[in-house]
Ligand binder design. Structure first.
Ligand SMILES: [Zn+2]
Length: 169
C-alpha cells in the first residue's frame, strides 16, 4: 500500500503548493471527481482513444500544447470540476447528469466531443486550457509526479486490488 500512499501525499503536496485547498486525491479504475467528498479519483486504466480525442478537443478550444500526457489532462479536468462546481446549482447538475446519461451518438468521437461541451464539463475543460497555457512549469511538475508514481503503482501491483474494492463516494 506504500506506493499508493506515497502517490496521494505527493499529489496532495502539489495541490497545496499551487493553492488548491479542500481537495483530496484517491485512485479508482477511471478518472472522476466527487463533489460530495471533494475527491479527485485518479484513473488507473488507460483509454487511448479518449486521450487522443481530448488532446484534439482542448486544442480546438485554445490549448497551445497538443501532446500532453492523457492522465495529466484528466487530472486537471477533475481539478477543473473542483474549481467550477460552485458555478452550478444542484438542480442544474441533476439535469446535466440526466442529459449525459441519455446522450446518444453514432460513434465514440462524436460522443466525447458532445459530452465535453455539457456546461459543467465545458467549465472544467476551460480550466484545463487556462491552466496549461499559463502554468506550463506546474503542469510539468504534475506530469513528473503522475508518471513516477503510476510507474511505481503498476510495478508493485497493489493498485489492482485497491481499485477493485474502491467505493466512489
Ligand atoms: Zn468531467
Amino acid at each position: 500500500m506504500n506506493t499508493i500512499t506515497n502517490f496521494k501525499n505527493d499529489i496532495h503536496d502539489w495541490l497545496c503548493r499551487n493553492g488548491f485547498s479542500n481537495v483530496y486525491v484517491d485512485c479508482a479504475p477511471d478518472f472522476c471527481y466527487s463533489n460530495d467528498t471533494h475527491t479527485i479519483y485518479c484513473g488507473m486504466e488507460a483509454n487511448d482513444d479518449a486521450g487522443l480525442y481530448f488532446q484534439q478537443f482542448i486544442h480546438e478550444y485554445g490549448c497551445e500544447y497538443i501532446d500532453i500526457w492523457y492522465p495529466v489532462l484528466c487530472f486537471l479536468h477533475e481539478l477543473g470540476h473542483h474549481m467550477t462546481m460552485g458555478n452550478f446549482s444542484d438542480s442544474e447538475i441533476l439535469v446535466l447528469d440526466f442529459l449525459k446519461e441519455t446522450q446518444d451518438e453514432d460513434n465514440e468521437y462524436d460522443w466525447y466531443f458532445h459530452y465535453w461541451t455539457f456546461m459543467d464539463e465545458f467549465a472544467a475543460n476551460m480550466f484545463v486550457i487556462d491552466f496549461i497555457n499559463n502554468k506550463l512549469q506546474e503542469v510539468g511538475e504534475l506530469w513528473n509526479i503522475l508518471a513516477e508514481h503510476y510507474q511505481a503503482m503498476y510495478a508493485d501491483g497493489d493498485i489492482w486490488d485497491y481499485i477493485e474494492n474502491k467505493e466512489i463516494a
